[in-house]
Design a protein around this ligand. Structure first.
Ligand SMILES: Nc1ncnc2c1ncn2[C@@H]1O[C@H](COP(=O)(O)OP(=O)(O)O)[C@@H](O)[C@H]1O
Ligand SMILES: [Mg+2]
Length: 261
């Protein structure tokens, strides 16, 4: 049965689009028919992250306005035949696509794809609320800092108010050296604070930015972030992959004298 996942965050710039593209690629590499949907209307960027920006002609808002058929707007990924993208509009606003329209488009996508990953706009506004009814489950992306955590708390509360189940958590841009020094929250501490299950964490990795700038796919590099997304993908598919505690020294569960949460 196909599943639609919303990839959301309270704060912008935490890595939602990066995760949507990378997890989409990892799922497709495992032969899962996967469609990434850019729902950040007005701030289209998933096409760039998936290296499909030269091919965009139509977008999700064109489909909503019946200016083209859904299959005309979909772009197939050149590097993976199981992966497609439905691009966002460059000009529409966040509230311009009604919840019923998202429901209709996603239910059509479910007929062809096993996994639909929806890259949400940041925050808890209309753009997010209009997407919630169309998505089965949610992944929350957070960086290990107080601002992102506070915004994620608000997002989780909004999801609850809107009747969604408990989301799963991804902690991004983790610096093990800082965690060890007690200068950054460990992923487990963030998950405890937000009281949501941790699906995995991704290290801060310069290869992500380098690959973006050279229009390459960091998932095809043997870098720490690619390995981390691969582990997340395995857990996402229900495989057991142990998650070692970041920063824990042998015999200790957590470094003492660090941040006080
Ligand atoms: N783990 C990471 N390590 C290094 N850079 C990252 C990492 N995750 C994301 N970035 C960078 O952070 C910026 C914001 O990421 P993006 O996915 O666009 O965030 P969002 O979609 O949440 O606004 C991008 O420049 C991206 O390349
Ligand atoms: Mg984004």
């Amino acid at each position: 049965m196909s599943q639609s996942w919303l990839i959301a965050s309270g704060k912008g710039g935490v890595g939602k689009s990066m995760l949507t593209a990378a997890l989409g690629f990892a799922l497709a590499r495992r032969q899962m028919m996967t469609c990434c949907v850019d729902a950040d209307q007005g701030l289209r960027d998933l096409d760039m992250l998936m290296n499909l920006h030269n091919q965009v002609v139509y977008n999700l808002v064109d489909v909503a306005n019946r200016e083209c058929k859904l299959k005309t707007a979909l772009l197939d990924h050149s590097g993976s035949e199981k992966l497609s993208l439905l691009p966002a509009s460059q000009s529409a606003g966040h509230g311009d696509v009604e919840p019923e329209t998202y429901v209709k488009i996603l239910s059509k996508l479910k007929k062809r794809y096993a996994y639909i990953l929806v890259d949400a706009p940041a925050g808890v506004g209309r753009g997010l609320k209009n997407l919630l009814p169309a998505c089965d489950d949610c992944l929350i992306v957070v960086t290990p800092d107080d601002v992102a955590i506070r915004n994620a708390e608000r997002l989780i509360a909004v999801m609850e108010e809107e009747g969604k189940g408990r989301p799963l958590l991804i902690v991004n841009r983790v610096r093990e050296d800082l965690v060890k020094k007690g200068l950054m929250y460990s992923p487990q501490v963030v998950a405890n604070q937000l009281d949501v299950p941790l699906l995995g964490y991704i290290p801060d990795d310069a290869q992500i930015i380098a690959s973006l700038n050279t229009h390459e796919n960091f998932m095809e590099k043997n870098c720490p972030a690619a390995k981390a997304v691969e582990r997340i993908c395995q857990r996402f598919l229900g495989e057991y992959v142990p998650m070692p505690e970041v920063g824990a020294k042998k015999g200790l569960f957590r470094r003492k004298g660090g941040l006080s949460v």
